[in-house]
Design a protein around this ligand. Structure first.
Ligand code: FAD
Length: 383
């Protein structure tokens, strides 16, 4: 399908595919098995300007678009969705600063993120606050010119390797979601420590850590927007970032499909025309659904890039459709490959494990359905 990409978009996609083949592929099995993060990947992404895509031009970025980031994340995830997460999460955590930060905050943090000198993380989830963001208990009390943070976050991607953390805290316990605020917290701040590293099913290359805050003193200048805007900042951020998760899912699905199709062609050699027609029909269905997901994601990204305001629904649809599809395609790819799909060296079982999380993070798919249904009901109530 011709998506009428500009020369620049083609360039980003080709560059990311080249990086994925040359650097991610050789690191894939080891980083998955050892659950280790290869630090040189940061340098490779930085040298190739991938982090610049996340940042506006005036702060050292390339001022690129959601579509460009989607193309890059898709191409990287086609080879390794876990290693691609480094960029996608830094993107997720950069959105609140780029969209809600003041001039000083943007000048202070964005150029280093763009240059790949500093990685970022997004810390919303807590032990008892996942889907229900309003249940956040990490407390930030204002004392003079500082906020004092106490509490903990769980399941934070880029945990420990990131330098800059956007942390969602409760600044007014009486007000539920309206009492949430977002603070920038730097690694190394006294009292800010990293706890348990999760032993995960998939995306094992990316460290998922607990963050612990004990009387962490953060200057009031680190508040993003205003007190009470935390919930809004988190939700608006997801509107922009969910096509990125969808692209990660799409890339994983495409990667698994490629392996299954290649395996099938090898198996089919020397067989009669018409043999295994059931498998060929399955491959045809898989390819059709992958292309449908691609259309939805690219069009969503283009809509967001156009400056459209009402993007929650399409953003959720992209994430919902592509992540469910990634599970379906990776499952079918293993089935098509039989025992070859079930062993680690052929990578498709890793893709199956990596795909699962795309149905969970940045809002589970049940939450995406709630968002879509709510928008639909509003539309039909007005009609
Ligand atoms: C590998 C990994 C990386 C992550 N990275 C980050 C990160 O970088 N930053 C961050 O802040 N968080 C991160 N998370 C957390 C992730 O966003 C949460 O796991 C997710 O939001 C779901 O929350 P929960 O796990 O507490 O599930 P729960 O909210 O407890 O949900 C459990 C189940 O109930 C369903 N459910 C809950 N509420 C509803 C409802 N209202 N309607 C219908 N069904 C519902 C859910 O869909 C789910 O199936 C990560 C998680 C994982 C697994």
């Amino acid at each position: 399908m011709d998506y009428f990409f500009t020369e620049e978009q083609k360039k980003w996609r080709e560059k990311a595919s080249h990086i994925a083949e040359q650097y991610l592929l050789p690191a894939s099995i080891k980083s998955d098995e050892e659950q280790s993060f290869p630090a040189e990947i940061v340098e490779i992404f930085a040298k190739n300007d991938l982090f610049r895509v996340l940042v506006p031009e005036e702060y050292g970025g390339s001022g690129d678009t959601v579509l460009n980031l989607c193309l890059i994340v898709e191409a990287l995830s086609r080879i390794d969705g876990g290693l691609a997460l480094l960029l996608a999460v830094t993107g997720l955590a950069t959105i609140p600063i780029a969209s809600f930060g003041n001039e000083e905050q943007k000048k202070k943090y964005l150029p280093d993120i763009a240059a790949g000198k500093k990685l970022a993380a997004f810390a919303l989830t807590e032990a008892n606050a996942g889907s229900d963001v309003s249940a956040i208990k990490t407390r930030a009390e204002k004392k003079g010119d500082f906020y004092i943070i106490n509490g903990s976050k769980q399941w934070i991607s880029n945990g420990g390797i990131a330098d800059v953390y956007t942390v969602f805290v409760n600044t007014d316990i009486e007000r539920g979601a309206r009492g949430l605020s977002a603070l920038i917290v730097e690694k190394g701040t006294e009292g800010f420590e990293f706890g348990k590293k999760e032993n995960k099913m998939g995306i094992r290359a990316n460290p998922t850590r607990e963050l612990i805050f004990t009387d962490v003193k953060v200057p009031v200048e680190n508040l993003l927007g205003k007190e009470g805007m935390g919930f809004l900042i988190a939700m608006k951020t997801f509107d922009y970032s969910r096509p990125g998760v969808a692209s990660q899912a799409l890339g994983i699905a495409q990667g698994a499909f490629d392996l299954a199709a290649k395996n099938y062609v090898k198996m089919k050699k020397g067989k009669e025309e018409g043999d295994f027609q059931g498998m060929e029909f399955l491959l045809a269905e898989m390819a059709t659904k992958i292309e449908a997901a691609r259309c939805l994601i690219y069009q969503t990204a283009r809509t967001i890039d156009s400056g459209a305001k009402n993007i929650s629904e399409i953003s959720s649809m992209s994430k919902l459709y592509a992540s469910d599809l990634a599970m379906e395609i990776t499952t079918d790819a293993i089935q098509l490959m039989g025992e070859n799909g079930y062993i680690k060296e052929n990578l498709v079982e890793k893709m199956f494990r990596d795909a699962k999380v795309t149905q969970i993070y940045e809002g589970t798919n049940q939450i995406q359905k709630e968002i879509i249904a709510l928008k639909l009901l509003k539309k039909y109530l007005r009609a």
